[in-house]
Design a protein around this ligand. Sequence first.
Ligand SMILES: [Zn+2]
Length: 317
Amino acid sequence: MEKKIVKTENLSFKLSEIPLTKKGLKNLLNYRIPCLCCGLEMLHPDIYSKLMLKNELSGTATGVIHILQPLENIMHPVERQVFNMFKSMSAKYPDKNFKELLLLKKEVHELALVKIQSAIFNKISFYRRILPKNVARQLRKLMIKTNDIIFDPVPHKPFSRKIFINKIKNIIKNVENKKLKEEILEYARRLPRSSDEVCAFVVKNTRKPSNIIALNLIHSAVGTFEHLQPKCMNGMNNSLNFALECSYCNNSRHHFPITVQIEENPFMPQNAQTQIEKLISLYRRGLCKKEYIINLKQILFTLSEGIIDLDTTRLNY
Ligand SMILES: [Zn+2]
């Protein structure tokens, strides 16, 4: 699928007044709001900021586990698995910190990661047979370089999924066959990220200091303001254009339109409904503004081209 920025101008906001200040919107994150996109419960950003100041996060794993334990239920699945791995390892190595524990696991996870990556690279290399000659030549070059990185136990520079995908995009940009292009990109996107494979999380984080590893266990769950209409498309910088989304989903969307975000997260319409139900419950307790909810429903409907059609009938009784 070709990622294109669809301009959704003429989006007229019916409200002239901003129903919620940014502070008011942020306050909602005190009430276990599920992410608009993935549906996972979000963490208030102030809790995260306070954790950032704690020097203890660089200390022994046992101490850090004690600090993070109350947040285990908001960790995303991969992060929670790593946290549990830390728990069992720290019983055996009580004096080691997170980084030292990850280094003990590095080799086995690195091998697991290379296995997944090389299977995907093989699939991509196959397209050398059917791509135009000059494109195939560039692809061959990239794959040789990439294999050099992943098969070298001590690479000069670590492999970067993001850079690899950008290079692939660049190589195939002039290929006319859209289906072929999309197939190649689809394989590239299957390369594991630290958010979806424990081995990728371990390998990436062995390069970080202990306190950052600790913060990375909860970072994805931190609540953020997602610009519904991206800033680059003149999206406004106030709560009429903000939805609450976890930092993982917010970062993965980049500046793509919501329709693309839904393609990559097919459960987003249901998850958005769960969020709006929660907001309606808060409205009934006097904690959220009705106008914000109505506005959110309307904007999501317009920007998603009708795919996200939220039911807000509970607002009226
Ligand atoms: Zn999310």
